[in-house]
Design a protein around this ligand. Structure first.
Ligand code: FMN
Length: 231
């Protein structure tokens, strides 16, 4: 049987950060289960975050009016995407599980990871107007947002200062992941590791390791089925 593959898309500048430790735990736990683990270390790769015409090799279809998604779709079809985008797409194709590991920046992913989303999940490759949500291209793949926060859990409640964490996860979990068909597993949230004692940080990492041992049996989060809507 072919070896299963997991991809960790990782965004942190420091190899001694909590995020790096969470990545290492995932690499170890998944490798132990026989998975081939690919890591895209975005800062180490100096991954380009801006979606521009440089992502396309050869002539543009319409240089007078550049439309990024249309040019990217045409380039994907013709094998003219830049090498960095193609390489990430190739990793994603192989992966049954994708973990996005990042520190929460402004209620979202860091810009470098948003760049990965903008540039790698091109129309045609990651979705079409017919293939999205329940019928999405990546419906056989699972994805997890695994992230650290600066704030505490009690600050991210519906009646607390930052509001319900699920509200800010909606664009990423529904608008990006589920839109492309991914089965979205529960987010892994490491609350405020920078201000937690070492013992709490170790417990958080151990809980992550423990979770990853059963991760392939986890039931995905439920979203409203596409058939509820007129598309
Ligand atoms: N923490 C939050 O709880 N909410 C935020 O919206 C948020 N935005 C941030 C934006 C920037 C640009 C930076 C640098 C930090 C932000 N933080 C925010 C704090 C980081 O999430 C926190 O420092 C990080 O998760 C700690 O993980 P680390 O120890 O691995 O660096």
């Amino acid at each position: 049987m072919a070896q299963k593959t997991a991809l960790i898309v990782y965004a942190h500048q420091s190899p001694v950060s909590f995020n790096a430790a969470a990545r290492d735990v995932a690499v170890e736990a998944l490798t132990k289960q026989g998975y081939k683990v690919l890591v895209s270390d975005l800062y180490a790769m100096s991954f380009k975050s801006s979606a521009t015409a440089d992502d396309i090799k050869g002539d543009l279809k319409n240089p007078e009016h550049f439309v990024y998604n249309e040019e990217m779709m045409a380039a994907w079809q013709d094998g003219r995407l830049s090498d960095d985008v193609s390489e990430e797409q190739h990793k994603l194709e192989q992966a049954e599980l994708v973990i996005f590991q990042f520190p929460l920046y402004w209620f979202s992913v860091p810009a470098i990871m948003k760049g990965w989303i903008d540039r790698v999940l091109t129309q045609g490759f990651a979705f079409t107007l017919q293939k999205m949500y329940d019928n999405g291209i990546f419906k056989d793949k699972k994805a997890i947002l695994s992230f650290t926060t600066g704030a505490t859990e009690s600050m991210f409640l519906a009646d607390a200062v930052h509001g319900d964490i699920n509200v800010l996860l909606w664009p990423l979990q529904n608008g990006v992941l589920r839109f492309c068909g991914f089965q979205v597993l529960a987010p892994q949230i490491f609350w405020c590791p920078a201000h937690s004692p070492a013992s709490v940080r170790s417990q958080m990492l151990e809980a992550w390791r423990e979770r990853l041992h059963g991760v392939f049996a986890e039931k995905p989060l439920s979203f409203a089925p596409t058939e509820y809507f007129d598309l």
